[in-house]
Design a binder for this molecule. Structure first.
Ligand SMILES: C[S@@+](CC[C@H](N)C(=O)[O-])C[C@H]1O[C@@H](n2cnc3c(N)ncnc32)[C@H](O)[C@@H]1O
Length: 247
């Protein structure tokens, strides 16, 4: 079973997207969508594609400003949850406190005023690395914490422009975790010495995206907190970069 099909991860991601904030760090999918909205000021906002959307919060947030938003994820479980939320307006999940103890809590679109946005959004199971031609012409593509989960992020980045409109914007947010379990060392974009000089993932992104994109503005830090249990949290700092399609 894939990492993202389990009860455990479903509970963690439901809480991450729709639950409380911790340690003063605000809702990550919603802040990412807010930056996308800022970047798209004065640009066409007909359609957006959210790749690796998990249980859908950033997709729904983008639905506040885009006429049509498609959220895609490889996890059947996550997409089923996102679709239930969209159609029923709420979904119950288990918030683990310790061991088998915890509580069933309910995420609700109404709590975040997302009911209208939900009507503009569709969710589907799909592989971001093998997208059909039906996924093309988007004004924005957002990929939150996705590229660290791909076997071959270079191949993904080298072809993602095909799914954007001319002049469309690609937004990547990622903590560059470079875990062998997801991305073999041979496929890392950076995070090593190249010819004796540090070569970062950002350097790698610039290199692989250069044929089709220009950097729109300086990268920015976006912290997030994922609650694992009542006493264990992952506090991570992602870097968000925005790229305009040039070719
Ligand atoms: C680290 S999670 C990030 C989820 C969400 N964007 C967020 O920031 O909370 C990575 C997500 O990417 C999905 N994923 C991994 N590989 C994928 C692929 N090739 N195509 C689409 N989704 C993928 C996983 O199922 C998971 O939901």
């Amino acid at each position: 079973m894939s990492h993202y099909e389990s009860d455990e991860l479903l509970g963690q991601y439901m809480a991450f997207h729709y639950g409380e904030s911790y340690f003063g760090v605000g809702n990550y999918p919603s802040r990412c969508a807010g930056v996308c909205q800022e970047l798209m000021a004065g640009r066409d906002k007909q359609s957006a594609l959210d790749l690796g959307c998990a249980v859908g919060r950033s997709t729904l947030e983008l639905g506040r400003v885009f006429e049509r938003v498609v959220g895609l994820d490889l996890s059947n479980r996550f997409i089923e949850a996102a679709n239930t939320l969209k159609t029923d307006g709420e979904l119950a999940y288990f918030l683990r406190d310790e061991g088998e103890l915890g509580a069933t809590v309910t995420a609700s679109l109404a709590d975040s005023n997302l009911e209208k946005a939900a009507a503009r959004v569709t969710f589907a199971v799909a592989d971001a690395c093998n997208l059909g031609s039906e996924y093309s012409g988007f004004n924005l593509i957002f990929a939150g914490n996705l590229i660290d989960r791909l076997r071959d992020p270079r191949a993904f980045l080298a072809s993602v422009h095909r799914h954007l409109a001319d002049d469309g914007v690609l937004v990547l947010s990622t903590p560059y975790t470079l875990m062998d379990e997801f991305t073999p060392r041979s496929q890392w974009l950076g995070g090593y010495l190249r010819n004796g000089v540090p070569f970062t993932v950002l350097d790698g992104l610039k290199e692989v995206l250069a044929p089709h994109f220009e950097l729109l503005r300086e990268p920015e830090d976006l912290p997030f907190v994922i609650r694992e249990t009542k006493r264990k949290y992952q506090h991570t700092v992602a870097e968000l970069t925005a790229w305009r399609r040039t070719a």
